[in-house]
Structure formats: C-alpha cells, structure tokens
Design a protein around this ligand. Structure first.
Ligand code: MTE
Length: 759
C-alpha cells in the first residue's frame, strides 16, 4: 500500500505537461490582460509587439471561429474580452511567439485603451446594488421567527472570511497539437478533461470528437483546475488551430496568481437563538459570497455553503440565505471544501459568540447540539450512520480532553505572556456532486495476453492518490500483484463524458466503475476455468496470482487462465459504467437527498500564543476521522494531514490582500504566506473510525476534502488562547494572522480590508 507516484516523484521521473517531449515547431503563448478592474475596452495598441521578430500572431476575440464563451454553468464569461473588461487580469489577447520569454515581452509592449467604469470589490456592496450572478437562495426548516420569539438567549454577529490561493506547485498550462484533419490533441493540467474538451470544441466550432484531452497527472489542483484550467487550454488550442502548429501556454506564478480565481471570500451575518440550557432553537444567517466577475462554479459553491451551513449540529429551525455577489475581481472557483468551509465557519462563530454571552465553554454548546441518527438537515436529508457522537466521544476519551483542558488552564494561570488555547472541531461533510448528474463514471479495463492489466478511468491524479487506489482495486479484484496493473493517463478518447475529479468523489465513482469492469472480465474467466475443472463458478476464487477451488490452490495461474481465455476467444476487455444510486435534489423546494452519505470526524486543536508578539504555534492536533474501510491507508492518512495543513493555512496565515482599485496585492509568495512544514503541529495524532461506508468501494469513505475543515478548529483555538488573556468579544475575521492576534489582544479591531472601502 504505497502511493504509486511516490517512487517516481522522489526520482524525478513523474511526467507532467512540461515533461512531454516538445513537438517539432512548437510555439509559445502568453496572455495580454486587462490592467483595469472594470471598463469599456476601446482598443489595443499592439503595433510595437507585432513588429518584434519572432512574434507569430496576436489573436483577439474576433479571431475565435466558434463561440467566444467558456461559462460552464452560466454563459457569462467570454474567453477573450470584447467590449468590456471586468477584472484586472481579464484576458484580452493571446500573443504567440517563438519563445515564452518573447511572448511575455511582447505583452509588455501592448497597451489597452480602457474607459474606466466604477469597480465593486466588496460583496456587501454588490449585494446592496443587486449585482448577483444568480438569484439568492434560501434553505429553511421549521418556523424561525416563532422560534426566536421563544428563545432565552439570542446572539447576533458578523463574519469576514478571506479567500485562499490554491498554490498548486504546477501552474496552469496546456500544450495543444494540431493534427490530421484539424483534430486537436491537448495535454492539459486539468481536473476536468471533459470540460476542457467541450469548451475547446465550442471555441473552435468543432464536434467533441475532434478534440482529445490527455492528462497524466497534475502537480496539484485543489479545485483550482476544476473549471479554471479551461480558459488556458482553449487559448492554446485556438493558437494551434489558427497557426496549424503546436502551441504551449504556461502561466508563470505571478500571472497565475493575478489571473485565476481562488477560494471565495465570504462575509456573513448570523443570529443564533438558544434555550437557557444551551439547546439550539433557531439559526439564521445571510452569506455574501464574493463571486468575482463571472459565475464560474460560484452558484454550485454557494449551494454547498448552504448544505453545510449548520455543520454537525441540529437546529429545529433554520433560515440561511446566500447570494453570489458579482464583483470586479477574478471569478472565484472551486477550492477543497467547495464553499462548505465558509458556511461552517459562520455557524462555529455563532456558537462561540453564544458561549461567550452565556459564560459557557464553546464545546458544551457544541456537544449538546450534535446531530443524532435520523435527524433532519435543513435540506431534508436525514442522517444515516451518523458518527458525530462516536467521533467526538472517541476524541475526548482517547486524547484525554479534560486532562488537556486542565493542563492548559494551569499553564495559563502560571504564565502571563504566553497563553494556551483549545478548540474542538466536529465536521459533517456530504459526499456526492450536488449536481446529481455528475455522479457517474466509467472505467475501461484491458487484460493483455501476458496477464498484465491496463486500467483507464475518468479520475485525474493530482496528488490525492486516486491512481494508487484504482491500481489497488484492480489488483485486489483479479487477485494479482499491483505490479501487474498499469494506470493509464486520463483521456477523453478512452473515457467519454467524464465528470471532473472533484467533490472528493473520484475514488468512489471511478473505483466502483473499475470494480464493475474487472468483475465482468472475472466472471468470464471463472466460467472458463469452472468448465475446465468441472466445478461451479461460485466455488472458484482468484487470489495470490492463482485460481483457488474451495480454499485449495489449483494449477491454474493467472497467466495460464488469461492465455487460455485468449486462445478460446473469451473477451479480456471491459468498459463499465457506474452511477451513484438513490440521490436526488429538488432545487425548487430546496429539499432532497443530495448526498450518498456524510463523512464525520472530530479534531482537537491546541495552540500557544505569545501575548507580546501575537505570534503563535499549534502545539498539537488530535483527529478522529471517519474513513470507513480504507482502500489505501497511507494515501488516506496523507489526505488527512494535507487537508488539515491547508485548512490551518486558510484560517491563520493566508491573506489575500486587494487594493481598493481591485488589484491583488498579494500576488507572489513574498506577499502571500502559506504554511510550511514547521508550521504544522509537532504532535499530530490521527485515529480513524472503520465502520464501513455505504457506497464507497469495499466500504471506504471519501477523504479528499473533509479534513480541511478541521482547520477551522485552529482559528477557534487561537481565539480561546486570546480569551485566556482577556475575555473580549473578538471579531470573527479570518485569517487570524499574528498581526490580528496582536491587535485583538490590544483591544483594536484590525484594519478594514480594502474591499470594504471600495464604495
Ligand atoms: N490532494 C493533493 N495532494 N492534491 C490535490 O490537488 N485536491 C483536493 C483533494 N486532495 C488535492 C488533494 C480536492 S479539492 C479534492 S475535491 C479531492 O482531493 C479530489 O480527489 P478525490 O475525489 O479523489 O478525493
């Protein structure tokens, strides 16, 4: 059980888009983009750029032969700007030259003539103006107004939650090769090969089968290449089609940071009503999503904020309204958790506020109101196999919560300038694409005459280990060693109409499709051997590279069976299709059963702050996570650690700073701080629950996104430490940078972010 890529990575042998040998005559592209956040595009002066020797073409919207449109959910995003620009970094032209340096240099010689229009950067302002991507949505249950009237305690407040940069190691890139009959072959760093195929076909005016997209692996995606790899792929393909030459487009780090969307920043208002004994009675919130200049995946991200707005708690009465607010910054996009984390942060803030007001520990309210089996979530789905209490109880017992609390209290009473904080963070995260139709997958399995196996699925390897899991599954089904199985690149010609690798569902969907394909082949092989041995099929088992009959090995090895099958004209290939059963959602009523199941878990995060400097350390994190019967323990453990690291980064260090004119100021790693290995707690313990899940392969449960939300515990752990120094009503503004800790401790509110001033 290793991560299949680990060996290749450490030897530098894994191949990415850049490692595919450059085809003869390949040209390089760079993007000329808007320097203004909003304005009328009157023209572009490109004469100096055109005169540069080696510049082959400068392409504009008018050069697009098909439809100039890449909006996947709502058609509101042109590939190249026409008469208006909507954010700084909005692509205007594609420059194609002999080298990437030359193409970039040519861009610096170009000048756009733009008549500036007012720019909106703050989502609250956009909300007031009614600048929506789509009509706001509300998830409601019970009678909220009546319930508030009957509450003993009601608290209200606001949250300000920053976005997050994906910081995949491999920036956005595509290589497009023009081929026979005008067919385009594309090597793209994308989580959605099919989305790229469709978009290129639309832009170039071709049928889908004239575009082939191939993905070996990504140097990270984290959601940032679910929809946002598409534009760069379309641009490279446009250049390739027009010039009939291979064209590569690579965004350098600064352009990638400036031009691509990020995790959506949110602002929020909340109101929480409780009984005197701490029982939650009513929860009301309004979420203002800063969607950026175009829809991208914002409406779907918003929907998940609504699904997870009550996290792991039961509220008999809820009303959460959420709006995609259109602003003049990059169109924001998917990011691990897909809006869920923002919704969860708000309810955790409301609980913290209520605890402060009632003079109770936050965890008392959390525990009292944890979801129970069979309770209804605001969207109508009832909890099945609910593990809120199991994971919470296991965490507090196994890791001795009360001892940790006592030790922290003692430490705090003994230290004036250092304070320890603790927080418990339960999670409940739904698994399935919330757009039901996406919950489908195919796998193509070939067994060659020598017994080696080739597996193709629609899953994209981006570091999360899906390829390792597919290999493990195929090997297990055939009863052979994993070294006999090769996982092919993800390719639109082998697998049609694939869903993006996202929503943590890739291993579930593609793993089940792989099981179906291998089982279909296995069924034929069993029949064959059963006939030869004159026994029944059910008595045979394939394991350890042999066929077993009633627990006894036979002389039929895997190679012998496969060879025999070939000469007897038994099919050794299978294409199988899987669709997640029993999920649906009625968007009119905002009710349904959108998720195949939920993933639960509980984290305890301990921090220590330096009161004089505002600096802090996370001294320990203890996690009990609901993995089910894991297919690959090491891979899953890596996902829990990695998800948590990304979660604490989002909550504490990673601050996206915008100027009020819409410019991203933190557009390099010198101004944007991501957590490094030293930032991770030295003491990290992970324990997992092994009760099987309902639909994952062999009872496994999805793991890609849920652990990120344990990072929210880091924020509340710091707040707990701050309250040990001074019991203030600290604002709910993330990330909780050392600067904000220090200002907070000194009784100041941190400076309003620029986007609040844009009015
Ligand atoms: N892990 C690594 N190393 N790199 C990534 O890009 N993406 C995350 C998560 N883990 C990611 C990762 C995101 S955003 C998702 S949705 C899932 O992996 C997708 O893969 P899965 O569906 O196989 O879990």
């Amino acid at each position: 059980m290793t991560h299949y890529d680990a060996r290749l990575h450490v030897q530098g042998l894994s191949t990415y888009v850049d490692d595919v040998a450059a085809p003869h005559g390949m040209l390089h592209a760079a993007v000329f983009s808007s320097p203004k956040a909003h304005g009328k595009l009157l023209g572009v002066n490109d004469s100096a750029a055109k005169e540069l020797p080696g510049v082959k073409a400068i392409l504009y919207a008018a050069d697009i032969p098909g439809e100039n449109q890449i909006g996947a959910i709502i058609p509101d995003e042109v590939l190249l700007a026409t008469d208006e620009v909507h954010f700084i970094g909005h692509p205007i032209a594609l420059v194609i030259a002999d080298s990437p340096e030359l193409a970039r240099h040519a861009c610096t010689l170009m000048k756009a003539e733009i008549e500036e229009l007012p720019a909106v950067v703050c989502p609250r302002e956009a909300y007031k103006k009614g600048n929506f991507i789509a009509p706001p949505r509300t998830f409601a249950m019970g009678d909220v107004d009546q319930a508030f009237a009957e509450c003993d305690v009601v608290v209200e407040g606001e949250c300000d939650i920053a976005g997050q940069e994906h910081l995949y190691l491999e920036t956005q890139r595509t290589r497009a090769v023009w081929g026979e009959g005008g067919r385009i072959e594309v090597y793209s760093s994308t989580q959605s090969p099919y989305a790229v195929q469709k978009a290129i076909a639309k832009i170039l005016g071709l049928p889908n089968h004239m575009v082939e997209v191939d993905v070996r692996r990504l140097g990270g995606g984290f959601g940032g290449k679910e929809d946002q790899a598409t534009a760069w792929a379309c641009l490279a393909a446009l250049g390739a089609q027009i010039l009939r030459r291979p064209v590569e487009l690579v965004l350098n780090r600064v352009d990638d940071l400036k031009m691509t969307g990020k995790r959506h920043p949110y602002k929020a208002d909340f109101k929480l009503g409780l009984k005197a004994d701490g029982t939650f009675m009513a929860y009301e919130a309004r979420l203002y999503q800063n969607s950026g200049a175009a829809a991208d995946l914002s409406t779907a991200v918003l929907e998940r904020s609504l699904f997870h707005a009550t996290n792991s708690y039961f509220f008999p009465n809820t009303r959460v309204e959420a709006a995609c607010c259109r602003t003049n910054i990059q169109p924001h996009t998917a990011f691990r958790g897909f809006g869920g984390p923002q919704g969860m942060f708000v309810v955790e803030a409301a609980i913290a506020k209520a605890a402060d007001v009632m003079g109770l520990a936050r965890e008392v309210l959390q525990y009292k109101n944890l979801l129970k089996e069979g309770e209804s979530l605001p969207y109508g789905q009832k909890t099945e196999g609910c593990r809120t209490h199991t994971s919470w109880n296991r965490a507090v017992e196994k890791f001795n919560w009360s001892g940790m609390r006592r030790a922290a209290d003692t430490f705090n009473s003994e230290h004036k300038t250092k304070k320890k904080g603790l927080a418990i963070m339960p999670i409940c995260f739904g698994i399935a694409f919330t757009k039901t139709f996406f919950n489908q997958a195919s796998a193509l399995v070939h067994v060659y005459g020598d017994g080696s196996v080739s597996v193709s699925t629609g899953g994209v390897e981006m570091g999360q280990g899906v390829n390792s899991k597919m290999i493990d599954i195929a090997a297990k089904e055939f009863g052979i060693s994993t070294s006999r199985v090769r996982l092919e690149s993800t390719n639109t010609t082998r697998i049609a109409n694939m869903s993006p690798s996202a929503a943590s569902a890739t291993a579930d969907l593609n793993g089940n499709a792989t099981i179906l394909a291998t089982q279909a082949i296995l069924k034929r092989l069993k029949r064959l051997v059963a006939q030869e041995l004159s026994v029944s099929d059910e008595e045979l088992e394939f394991k350890d590279g042999k066929v077993w009959h009633r627990e006894e090995p036979t002389e039929w090895t895997w190679e012998k069976v496969v060879g025999h099958a070939y000469f007897n004209r038994v099919g050794l290939s299978e294409h199988a299709f899987y669709a997640t059963p029993n999920i649906w959602f009625d968007a009119e009523k905002e009710k349904g059963r959108p998720f195949a199941y939920h993933v639960y878990g509980t984290a305890i995060v301990e921090s220590e702050i330096d009161v004089l400097r505002g600096t802090y350390d996370f001294t320990s994190v203890k996690i009990v996570h609901d993995l089910g019967r894991t297919v690959n323990e090491l891979v899953d453990l890596g996902q829990i650690e990695g998800g948590f690291a990304q979660g604490i980064g989002w909550m504490t260090l990673e601050e996206l700073a915008y100027h009020e004119d819409g410019r991203l100021l933190s557009h390099a790693l010198s101004t944007y701080k991501a957590p490094d290995v030293y930032f991770m707690p030295d003491d990290m313990e992970i324990e997992w629950l092994t009760e099987p899940g309902p639909t994952g392969p062999y009872g496994s449960k999805a793991v890609g996104e849920p652990p990120l939300m344990y990072g929210i515990g880091a924020y509340f752990s710091l707040r707990d430490a701050m309250r040990a120094f001074r019991e203030d009503d600290y604002e709910f503004r993330a990330p909780m940078t050392p600067e904000r800790v220090l200002l907070g401790l000194q009784g100041h509110h941190s400076e309003e972010p620029a986007e609040a001033k844009s009015a």
